[in-house]
Design a protein. Structure first.
Length: 249
């Protein structure tokens, strides 16, 4: 019996990942994982003036911008659900797998997708940045001491992807979920981090920034930020379960 359950779970996970990585949509998400950091960098004027900044500030800015990959990961997690909702295949998936099995496999797939988004986004962001900066700044960024923030960005991306999966189940509508996972964090939560960190640190993106240990005054330390993110994940999971029980698919 356990073997059958495990086989069903593995098969469902494989199907979710094949569905996610099939077609051209994954290329769009890949592109966003590299473009969103540059979109935010444009407002900061970095790396245009990187040569005039101290080494430590360049490293901090690079990783602060890398954290925006977690926002793309949040969208990617929601896309595991909203893609099927958009094409009207959720009911068929429930009929084939069962509701509880489908929910488990989508959350498991979001872990994999979060890792993939972090890895690909960091590769695109760091690779393009290295080409855009001067040799002196490049040396600062590739120095081994600057990579201590890597783990924080990866964890933030995975947590963001799980959070996005919950939002996908709760909202279900593709465009509305896109606004919740990408537009609101970029247009509202990031400015709050810069101007009102005592508020932003309690929000999902602010907690992810704390996990990544961004050098923003007023943000939580990684451990406290993890607890805040855990609270959001529990709330999101509970909300998803409530919606599924009350509304179904």
């Amino acid at each position: 019996m356990n073997y059958e359950v495990n086989a069903a779970f593995v098969g469902g996970l494989r199907s979710e990942l094949l569905r996610y990585f099939s077609g051209y949509s994954v290329l769009g998400i890949l592109a966003f994982s590299g473009l969103v950091p540059w979109f935010v960098a444009n407002f900061l004027g970095w790396p245009d003036h990187a040569d005039k900044l101290p080494s430590a500030q360049n490293v901090e800015t690079f990783w602060a911008l890398a954290m925006t990959i977690a926002i793309v990961a949040t969208f990617a997690g929601s896309y595991l659900v909203t893609r099927e909702a958009y094409f009207g295949t959720l009911r068929r998936s429930v009929a084939i797998s069962g509701m509880s099995q489908l929910v488990r496999t989508k959350y498991a797939a979001s872990l994999v997708v979060g890792l993939f988004t972090a890895a690909s986004g960091l590769a695109l962001w760091s690779g393009s940045t290295v080409l855009a900066v001067s040799p002196e700044v490049r040396t600062e960024l590739v120095d081994g001491a600057s990579w201590h923030a890597l783990l924080g960005v990866v964890i933030a991306s995975v947590v963001g992807c799980l959070w996005g999966c919950s939002l996908g189940w709760i909202i279900r509508h593709y465009y509305a979920t896109t606004i919740a996972t990408m537009l609101i964090p970029l247009a509202l939560e990031l400015p709050l981090m810069a101007n009102f960190p005592e508020i932003a640190r309690w929000l999902p993106s602010g907690a992810l920034a704390g996990i990544a240990n961004l050098p923003i005054e007023g943000m939580f330390e990684p451990l406290h930020a993890c607890l805040v993110s855990l609270g959001w994940l529990i709330a999101g999971g509970a909300g998803a379960m409530w919606v599924l029980r009350s509304r179904g698919v």
